[in-house]
Design a protein around this ligand. Structure first.
Ligand SMILES: NC(=O)C1=CN([C@@H]2O[C@H](COP(=O)(O)OP(=O)(O)OC[C@H]3O[C@@H](n4cnc5c(N)ncnc54)[C@H](O)[C@@H]3O)[C@@H](O)[C@H]2O)C=CC1
Ligand SMILES: N[C@@H](CC=O)C(=O)O
Length: 817
């Protein structure tokens, strides 16, 4: 025997009911079944609301009742052929006449007790089960309607009656032995020994099904609903939530206590006592296996699900007078119980100095009042503080039997929360080790759930949420690269990258779901984009509050570099090719690294030097492994190398600089390259990475910008003025060529001092053969002393730089996995 229960959404309309009938027919072929139905979707709510309206003297209940009656009559007409409708239509009309009389009585005497409400509520299931039984007969099934009030005996606690299992089990068994056929049973309702109608409380129809399953020793209980089982987390908050294939009864109970709405704990008890498997199945996706709930807790994932409760407040009861005083907890919880306040979570440190309690926010005022009343004397004597309320909290709970005797679950949980800057206000874990709960701020709830979901279920998968400032040459190339590589990264690296924020110097735009990167509109291209405001940009990034946010700075702006502290403080890692932050004061360079370390986030800037070439990482590895840098000799400017190599072809200097800019090798203002400033910044950063106390003043710079060009107001004006100097550069080149040498703009760092400027090299030097936008870095270290370590390759350009930035972003994705 299998018991199949269908909820209100499964029988909300004819279309759904047809699906239900298909399921019933297929199950019936497999063996004996019995069916339990809820009222048609939404009917019970309307009935109870109408009763309240009548009680308040509001005659609009009549309209609601009429609409309900029409709905049921329509259902009969839709499910049953006209020649068989008459008796069923009469049944419905008689029930609604009874209801009308009943509501008129309530309206007249203005009395609507829980007992009356139970009677009113019973009509929903009586109508649905009767109509469905008749419709099933039409489908050729031997259906017989069973009003559960005939067989489920309860106490007279109306609204939430207590089942008398001994009487009920006998009545059910007797009924099934004496009545053949496919029983179509009303969910939710029962009766007292005196024949008064009662109801079974929240999720009462599930309970009915479990009662029958238990009485009949059913092989299994199938709960058919509108979701495919119990999910790993609330899918409205965690988009990656998925169906849990199997749960133990205990796990299902823990999950449902904290928000998994699919099953209500009490309803499981009868099935659980007899170890009857419960399947949670989706009427609209019957082939989906759904969730099996049974007595097993097989080894597998360390937790099964992450549940949550929002709208929680914390009460802190603090005071020296609590220490080693017997009975304090008894008084606190006694006062709360007397006031009917449900305590969700309790935490008390072993110092006994405080007790922390989580309750529903709606109960805060009364809870505070009764506790303070209970401890009036202690508060007056200063032995205890008035109750401190921390509002707007939420609870996240990791649930799973495999946590038992399995170290690491709480470590992983709090690491994930900490890494994502989620503050934990209180913690509770019982010795059953089935549930670890943490109280967090409500604004952090979604981030916390996603961080935990990723840490426990998708630890191999990671989603990065990028906020990109600067969508010029490099920024645009980066977006294109991410768009092209996304699928491969998802597939092969289990890494997904979404961009949620974009900005240039004038506009900023945001997308909660992430921009469509293949057709990504640039800031300012959408009518509703906002004017760029850096403070607001970071605020919106904070407010979006994603786990794994990343700030990418693809500008050359000092203003943007100045907000790094704020970004790191918010525990958001930074990736940037912008050299401004690291080439500012030595103190700030060090402070930023320290802050990143302190906040446990990465600050990655491989592209600060030589674009995508692995220079910074290599140098960091050398230093970490104990090497010492003796000398760095390097060509660090892709544009300058391009310019001086092209000059060899006899082209005018100003034309070559223009082409270097067009090719994306120069800085936004090419004078940053020609002046040696860009190279100076790079050698400064390399020196600092080599753990030298290098300041900008320690660098001697030879500028290639003629003095009149320096003063040019715009880049265009600069190019106009530069033409007049073409001859000077041709002369420099000829002089070097006459000695068999080539011009290279280079930097040398030695003995704590650096020099940046033009040098000429013959073919015995590695710089001689550099081509195009090549960079070359020679590291002479204690280990690489006789022959320096050499890194060479293109050191400027959109693609190589964007690729370096992209590699840093991917690196972030790979950390902590
Ligand atoms: N071009 C190259 O080969 C390499 C460039 N880099 C660095 O990459 C960075 C970007 O360079 P490009 O893309 O060539 O520059 P770009 O001039 O093409 O783009 C800069 C972007 O930043 C935006 N921007 C500037 N100030 C801003 C502010 N205050 N707020 C918001 N947005 C602002 C601009 O509107 C533009 O979208 C620079 O720091 C550069 O030094 C690093 C390695 C190589
Ligand atoms: N303008 C730079 C590129 C970025 O660092 C160069 O020419 O090397």
């Amino acid at each position: 025997m299998k018991i199949l229960k269908f909820g209100g959404s499964s029988v909300a309309n004819r279309e759904n009911i047809k699906k239900v009938f298909q399921i019933i027919k297929s199950r019936q072929k497999e063996g004996e079944i019995a069916l339990v139905f809820s009222a048609f979707g939404g009917v019970t709510e309307v009935l109870l609301k109408s009763a309240r309206l009548a009680n308040e003297g509001d005659k609009s209940y009549l309209k609601d009742l009429k609409t309900l009656e029409e709905r049921h009559l329509d259902m009969v007409r839709e499910l049953i052929p006209i020649q068989l409708q008459s008796s069923v239509l009469t049944y419905v009309k008689v029930r609604f006449n009874e209801l009308e009389d009943l509501f008129h009585g309530i309206f007249l005497i203005k009395e609507c007790s829980p007992r009356t409400l139970d009677y009113v509520g019973s009509f929903g299931e009586r109508l649905s089960a009767f109509i469905l039984a008749e419709a099933l007969k039409v489908e050729g099934l031997p259906a017989t309607y069973l009003d559960a009030r005939e067989v489920i005996r309860t106490s007279a606690r109306f609204g939430n009656a207590k089942v008398d299992f001994s009487a009920t089990n006998d009545l059910i068994l007797d009924y099934f032995h004496t009545h053949p056929g496919l029983k179509v049973i009303t969910g939710f309702i029962a009766s007292t020994a005196k024949g008064e109608t009662t109801t079974l409380g929240r999720s009462g129809s599930d309970y009915t099904a479990a009662i029958f399953a238990s009485a009949l020793d059913a092989d299994c209980l199938e709960i058919w609903t509108d979701v495919s089982g119990v999910l790993t987390s609330d899918p409205r908050l965690v988009y990656t939530a998925f169906t849990i294939p199997q749960l133990s009864y205990n796990e299902a109970m823990e999950l449902s206590h904290f928000g998994a709405k699919v099953i209500f704990p009490a309803t499981m008890q009868p099935a659980m006592k007899k170890d009857i498997p419960i399947y949670i199945k989706n009427t609209f996706e019957p082939e989906n296996p759904g969730t099996l709930i049974n007595g097993d807790a097989p080894n597998g994932k360390i937790i099964k699900g992450i549940s949550s409760l929002s709208d929680v407040s914390l009460l802190n009861i603090v005071g020296g007078g609590l220490i080693e005083v017997v009975g304090v907890s008894h008084r606190v919880f006694g006062a709360l119980a007397d006031a009917g306040v449900n305590v969700i979570l309790i935490s008390q440190a072993s110092s006994e100095h405080s007790i922390c309690i989580a309750i529903q926010s709606a109960d805060v005022a009364i809870a505070k009042e009764v506790i303070e009343k209970e401890f009036l004397t202690e508060i007056r004597n200063g032995e205890m503080d008035p109750v401190l309320v921390v509002p707007d909290m939420a609870i996240v709970a990791a649930v799973g039997e495999n946590m038992k005797h399995n170290p690491g679950a709480s470590g992983r949980m709090f690491q994930a929360l900490g890494q994502n800057n989620v503050n934990v206000y209180a913690i509770a874990q019982g010795s059953s080790e089935l549930n670890i709960s943490a109280v967090v701020s409500r604004v952090d709830l979604q981030k916390a759930l996603n961080a935990l979901h990723e840490a426990f279920f998708l630890s191999d998968n990671k989603v990065l949420h990028v906020f990109l400032v600067g969508v010029g040459l490099i920024g645009k190339a980066l977006i294109k690269m991410i768009a092209n590589q996304r699928e491969k990264l998802q597939r092969e690296n289990l890494l997904d990258i979404h961009i949620h924020g974009l900005a240039n110097s004038r506009f900023m735009s945001f997308s909660e779901d992430g921009f469509d990167l293949k057709n990504c509109p640039m800031p300012g291209e959408n009518g509703n984009d906002q004017a760029m405001d850096l403070e607001k940009f970071t605020q919106i990034m904070d407010d979006m509050n994603f786990s794994n946010s990343v700030f990418v700075d693809c500008t050359a702006s000092q203003e943007v570099a100045d907000i790094y502290e704020r970004v790191l403080e918010a525990k958001v890692p930074i990736v940037t090719p912008n050299k401004k932050a690291n080439s500012g004061s030595l103190e700030r360079y060090r402070a930023l690294k320290k802050l990143a370390g302190k906040r446990g986030v990465k600050f990655l800037y491989e592209t600060n030097v030589a674009a995508g070439l692995p220079v910074i990482n290599t140098l960091q590895d050398l230093m970490l492994s104990g090497d010492k840098v003796v000398r760095i000799e390097a060509v660090l400017s892709g544009s300058m190398n391009y310019i001086f190599s092209e000059l060899e072809k006899g082209l005018p200097f100003s034309d070559v600089v223009k082409v270097a800019k067009e090719k994306g090798y120069t800085e936004p203002d090419p004078r940053d390259d020609l002046s040696g400033m860009d190279v100076a910044r790079k050698i400064l950063i390399l020196g600092r990475e080599a753990e030298q106390d290098l300041h900008f003043e320690d660098i001697t710079i030879q500028s290639m910008v003629p003095s009149d060009c320096e003063k040019a107001g715009s880049v265009e004006e600069f190019f106009e003025k530069l033409q007049a100097h073409d001859g000077e550069f041709t002369e420099l080149l000829q002089e070097a060529s006459s000695k068999g040498q080539k011009l290279r703009f280079m930097a040398i760092l030695e003995n704590g001092k650096a020099k940046v400027g033009l040098g000429s090299f013959d073919n015995s030097h590695p710089f001689y053969n550099l081509k195009g936008s090549d960079n070359m870095i020679l590291f002479t270290t204690e280990r690489y002393f006789d022959f320096p370590m050499i890194i060479r390759g293109p050191g400027a350009g959109a693609d190589v730089t964007a690729a370096g930035v992209f590699a840093d972003v991917i690196r972030l994705g790979n950390y902590s996995r």
